[in-house]
Design a protein around this ligand. Structure first.
Ligand SMILES: Cc1cc2nc3c(=O)[nH]c(=O)nc-3n(C[C@H](O)[C@H](O)[C@H](O)COP(=O)(O)OP(=O)(O)OC[C@H]3O[C@@H](n4cnc5c(N)ncnc54)[C@H](O)[C@@H]3O)c2cc1C
Length: 430
């Protein structure tokens, strides 16, 4: 039994029994053993989606083999524990890349499918699930299913299915052609939420990647709108200089004082980098990976990420109301990110990404004070017809889950009854 924190937010230290698999053929035997189990990839989900306190976790990190790659079509088949960063590194030199990648490369293929993750280019590329061609799924009754029809209900339940429809053994992914490892980046400062929406809705297909950082210690917030595109130009490969947060302090280093120092500094430093420049894909796609274990700066009580999405008809008013509520509470966030998604509806029954705008913010865990703020934010989301991202969640109320994910009852028909997580017990009752 291991009781170290197995989620990125560091919110739970409950003991777990860890089971490692080295060979994909062994999965049916491991799953057949008694006791509820759930897959655990790289543990980059913030909350309890990959936790099973008191029960078994199937650790997939050693299922890390590439099975085949066709350099003409860009179709890659690999085991589910392969890291997205490994795919990027090995494929980019062959002129291919993952079409969708989240804000960290330390995520497994299985985890990216089970949360149907999104990147900064949703308008262009949709979510990760749009690029999954087929899946091999092992159920706890011993069946090994080869899912090849992306429109079939079990396929759609498995994309964004939170690991609850079976263990993904391997997947075939369609990669995207790229001219190289470099990207052109532009930054535009803005001073109001309306300015953000104006920039976000001027979608220019030449610039498929867009994201904004916000200083949410003040209202109206100032921010930096960043856009990027792949570039055929090349520069020197930057030396991989990763910094590391060596330990968890007893208290959070993120507090009102540090936020009021950091946010203006970040804004002004990056504002000066506004003119177009060439950046390597790693700092562009994965800026947070620069500091390993940065999550430790929130101290031993950990932190929450609150990531919500509001639909197009209510996005402006809802985002304003959310930011005003956060500023009034005095609990800003280092990391406040706004992204506007395109029209492509995600394929999964429980997928998060859909048309609208998503806001993501990190908050130190200050127990009831944090929860009271979240309850106010939940009300805004509920009224706006929005939802909360389960990859980040550790506390959403059941009512908000049900309205935010209206296909949840249909999903239950495809669930594997032998699989269970802390999140499934919290939101689905078992
Ligand atoms: C710094 C940072 C930035 C991020 N940015 C983004 C972002 O921009 N966009 C976004 O969408 N997400 C983002 N995320 C969240 C992250 O992409 C997701 O939580 C992702 O699912 C984590 O994958 P993992 O391999 O760590 O899986 P885990 O967190 O270990 O597990 C996630 C889910 O996948 C299931 N699972 C894992 N492997 C398998 C398998 N083989 N078969 C079946 N189910 C499986 C687990 O049961 C669980 O339900 C970010 C996270 C971090 C830490």
């Amino acid at each position: 039994m291991i009781s170290a924190s197995l989620c990125w937010g560091g919110l739970s230290h409950d003991p777990h029994e860890l089971e490692y698999v080295w060979q994909r053929d062994l999965l049916p035997h491991v799953l057949a053993e008694p006791g509820k189990i759930i897959a655990h990839g790289a543990g980059r989900s913030y909350g309890d989606v990959a936790l099973n306190p008191g029960g078994r976790l199937l650790m997939t990190e050693r299922l890390d083999q590439f099975i085949s790659f066709d350099a003409i079509s860009g179709i890659l088949e690999c085991e589910s524990g392969v890291l997205l960063g490994t795919i990027q590194r090995l494929m980019i030199v062959r002129g291919w890349m993952l079409p969708v990648s989240p804000g960290t490369q330390w995520v497994t293929v299985g985890g990216a499918i089970a949360n149907d993750v999104h990147g900064k280019n949703h308008d262009d590329a949709g979510s990760f699930g749009h690029h999954v061609l087929s899946l091999r799924l092992v159920r706890t009754d011993g069946q090994l299913l080869n899912l090849v029809d992306p429109d079939a209900p079990l396929f759609r339940a498995t994309l964004g299915g939170l690991g609850l429809t079976g263990m993904i053994q391997s997947a075939r992914l369609k990669l995207m052609r790229v001219p190289g490892a470099w990207m052109e980046q532009e930054i535009q400062p803005f001073h109001h939420v309306d300015d953000y929406f104006q920039l976000a809705h001027q979608h220019d297909p030449q610039w498929p990647y867009t994201v904004a950082w916000l200083d949410c210690t003040r209202y109206p917030p100032r921010g930096l709108f960043m856009r990027g595109k792949h570039s055929p130009l090349a520069d020197q490969i930057p030396k991989e200089k990763h910094r590391r947060m060596p330990w968890s302090p007893p208290f959070s280093l993120v507090n009102r004082l540090s936020l009021h120092l950091f946010n203006p500094l970040y804004y002004h430093t990056n504002r000066l980098k506004a003119s177009p420049r060439l950046v390597h894909y790693q700092p562009f796609l994965y800026p947070l990976d620069h500091i390993q274990n940065w999550n430790r700066m929130y101290g031993r009580k950990g932190f929450y990420q609150y990531q919500c999405l509001v639909p197009p008809h209510s996005e402006r008013e809802a985002v304003k109301a959310l930011l005003q509520t956060i500023v009034r509470s005095g609990r800003g966030s280092f990391l406040a990110v706004l992204k506007t998604f395109g029209q492509r509806t995600s394929p999964g029954m429980l997928s998060f990404a859909r048309p609208g705008t998503t806001l993501a913010l990190d908050f130190p865990n200050e127990s009831m004070q944090t929860e009271r703020l979240f309850q106010r934010l939940d009300r805004i989301i509920q009224e706006a017809g929005g939802c909360i991202y389960m990859a980040k969640d550790a506390r959403m109320p059941v009512a908000l889950f049900r309205t935010g994910y209206p296909d949840w009852e249909r999903f239950l028909d495809y669930r594997d009854p032998g699989l269970s997580s802390a999140l499934s017990r919290r939101l689905l009752g078992c």
